[in-house]
Design a binder for this molecule. Structure first.
Ligand code: ZN
Length: 87
């Protein structure tokens, strides 16, 4: 399965070496925030567990402070790699 961003054309591969991909959080409150951020209300119908498995958001849509914001990234399991690329 190709990992790609739900909001842009970034795909996981040799060209995306500086880009990290983030799963949607399973936690409903955070999931809601991501959906609002993406302006994709249709995702609410699919629910957090399906979106967590299916959709990703790339780091292009995060500002640097978000990388250190636990509220935003907790449960993605990618916090460590994010901190690395944000420095
Ligand atoms: Zn993207």
């Amino acid at each position: 399965m190709v990992i790609k961003c739900i909001l842009c054309t970034n795909k996981y591969g040799p060209l995306s070496i500086n880009i990290t991909f983030h799963r949607f959080p399973k936690d409903y409150e955070r999931f809601n925030k991501w959906v609002n951020f993406c302006r994709r209300p249709d995702l609410l119908e699919k629910g957090p567990s399906i979106c967590n498995k299916t959709y990703k958001l790339c780091s292009e849509h995060f500002v640097e402070t978000d990388f250190n914001n636990n509220d935003w990234l907790i449960n993605t399991g990618l916090m460590q790699s994010c901190n690395k690329t944000a420095v």
